[in-house]
Design a protein around this ligand. Sequence first.
Ligand code: 1HN
Length: 348
Amino acid sequence: MEATATPTKTGTERSAYYARIGQHSMTPLWEVLGALVPPQPRSPVEATLWRYAELREHVMEAGRLITAEEAERRVLILENPALRGHSSITQSLYAGLQLIMPGEVAPAHRHTQTALRLVLDGEGAYTAVDGERTTMRRGDFIITPAWTWHDHGNLGHEPVVWLDGLDIPIVRFLDAGFAEKSEAEHQAVLRPEGDALARYGANMVPVDFYQQPAEPTKVFVYPWERTIASLKAISAGTPDAHFGHKQRYINPATGRSPMPTMAAFSQLIPAGFETRAYRCTDGTVYVCLKGRAQASVEGVTYTLNENDVLVVPSWHAVQFHASAETVLFSYSDRPVQQALGLWRELRA
Ligand code: 1HN
């Protein structure tokens, strides 16, 4: 019979043992159990603010260093300082600022990662998704569903910058990524601009259309004009204590997030309003589209101006105080957490 361990076994004996079992690719659970199963999320992600006024010149410099064609996508990744080298803004999400110069084309490709775009700066660019082009205007929220062909172009006279949000870390975690380049630089235009919104985005769908579970959303553009009109109309009412006036974007054919892996939101916080402390398990990327606000994340204050990006890690308490009427766009991995029964929130 093997001798039972006494609690007094020395650190040296244990280390020697760990080294021996290490030779067999084994490691003791008891050294890591607390970290593996924490009583509540302890995200390594750092709350971080990217100030567009400081970033813009660096983004523009990329326009002089590399062409969109050479780069395939000319993007500066917003990399969380705690996750350098991982191309991630949170553990599950990617964010980047993409620049397209007048006359340029970002060639057609497709991949199993889902992308969202939020247009920030400049006019005259378009993005094409599965045969339909859409003009990109500031504040427009545009989706490139997984495995749909997409290319971008700039037909105007100024540089155009948008935020890309992708589920790259999720797809990488699952080792489920595929990608393909098109032979053609841009895809054929099969339908006129606005077709998807007219057919699927006017509280009606074609008579014989029933969305299939794995089928991508048909509505792929949520124009700023519509978002701001609804937020403004709603803001005549009483703001929610934790959010101000907050809406989530849906696929109207399902009532669910238009992307299986990411949720997107828009909220209006009235001038002078302070939201109460709020935590949720989905680390969230916020973009200030309008106004100016102070964000307090676990007691640290950040000032958000137009086009600034703030990441709030999982289970960090966040509060906003709007100095002027503020509109925030945000996205997170909430649909994944909800599908898995993991999502939680706490309203103080
Ligand atoms: C991508 O396809 C785009 O289409 C942007 O604009 C950023 C980052 C990683 C992988 C694919 C785009 C991307 C990307």
